[in-house]
Design a protein around this ligand. Structure first.
Ligand code: FMN
Length: 308
């Protein structure tokens, strides 16, 4: 996803614009906004008629298509000029010139509210390059003692997605999405790789080399129930993968309806493996509206169990 500026130059600077065309133009902008991709829009406030739109698009063709289907352009009121644009703001470190503040993209909070499960996808493929970008972002998730116990099974090819669908109660969204990932975790990592985690703590000055053995023992002692830890760590990975997809204009789903035995057999998972869930992502056929949530008053307790 890249940012683009669309200049709408007025063809007749004095000519009136019918209210219906202005409304259609606003609806056009609203659709981009509903997808979380409208950054700014508005008319020039000086004597020159016209305006600009700043938005995120997967590529220049789609930015151009959006510009050319704007009712002002289609109706012959404006001429569109599209430029790729780099947005400099404090949270991205002014394009890396100073240290960025992670996770604080101005649209990030809004995007979380716009997410909605999507089960219908366009046939447009998710490229291997994009899949690797998303998986790398998911692998940046936090894990207990940074042990990274994730062992995801990426189902990218149509054959692999079909195989997975067969294990997921035949839910059609699995093969229709361009990408489906079994978010599996190896709980043995908590025991086996405790020395690596201890060495990392020593390397970062959080423990002294003399404390190595006791640190390893301490790390191991934290995993009384490795299955719980596996679910916890796997879930964080999975949701980070989903959000990474959203950040690139994809949409998708969480899936917990699968046949454990069938999935384990089909993908040769070891008996110890824990499956946190399946995440699917693809280019949406249409944007779903977010479903309402219960109120904060219903769900949240401030210093006590909610409602107590
Ligand atoms: C852990 C988990 C498992 C889910 N499993 C399925 C599933 O097997 N099939 C399905 O159609 N939707 C599944 N969903 C999607 C939920 O039904 C959906 O998230 C919920 O209705 C809220 O809708 P929203 O995601 O659009 O906000 C699952 C969601 C989660 C979080």
């Amino acid at each position: 996803m890249h940012d683009y500026v669309i200049f709408l130059h007025a063809i007749d600077t004095q000519g009136p614009r019918p209210a219906a065309v202005i409304r259609d133009h606003c609806a056009h902008l609203d659709r981009l906004d509903a997808a979380g991709r409208l950054i700014a829009a508005g008319p020039f406030a000086d004597s020159e008629a016209g305006g600009l739109i700043v938005g995120s698009f997967p590529d220049s063709e789609q930015a151009l298509e959006f510009a050319q289907t704007d009712p002002f352009v289609k109706g012959g009121y404006s001429r569109a000029q599209v430029r790729r644009w780099e947005w400099s703001y404090p949270e991205n470190g002014h394009l890396g010139i100073v240290d960025p503040f992670p996770g604080s993209h101005p649209r990030f909070l809004r995007s979380l509210h716009l997410r909605a499960t999507t089960r219908h996808f366009s046939p447009r493929p998710v490229t291997r390059e994009l899949v690797e970008l998303l998986v790398a972002a998911a692998l940046a998730a936090p894990s207990e003692f940074n042990l990274q116990p994730w062992r995801p099974i990426v189902c990218h090819s149509s054959t692999d997605r079909q195989r997975l669908q067969g294990c997921c109660l035949n839910q059609a969204q699995v093969s229709n999405a361009g990408l489906a990932v079994v978010c599996a975790v190896d709980p043995d990592v908590f025991e086996d790789q405790a020395p690596r985690a201890a060495d990392e703590l020593i390397l970062h000055g959080q423990r002294s080399p003399e404390q190595r053995d006791e640190t390893i023992a301490y790390i191991r002692s934290c995993f009384v129930n490795p299955q719980d830890s596996a679910i916890r760590n796997g879930t964080i990975f999975a949701h980070q993968l989903l959000l990474a997809g959203l950040s690139q204009g994809l949409a998708g789903f969480w899936l917990g309806g699968f046949d454990q035995g069938a999935l384990r057999a089909e993908f040769s998972l070891p008996t110890r493996a824990v499956i946190a869930g399946v995440i699917g992502l693809g280019w949406p056929a249409k944007r779903n509206q977010p479903r309402p949530r219960q109120t904060m008053e219903q769900l949240v307790g401030w210093g006590h169990w909610p409602g107590a």
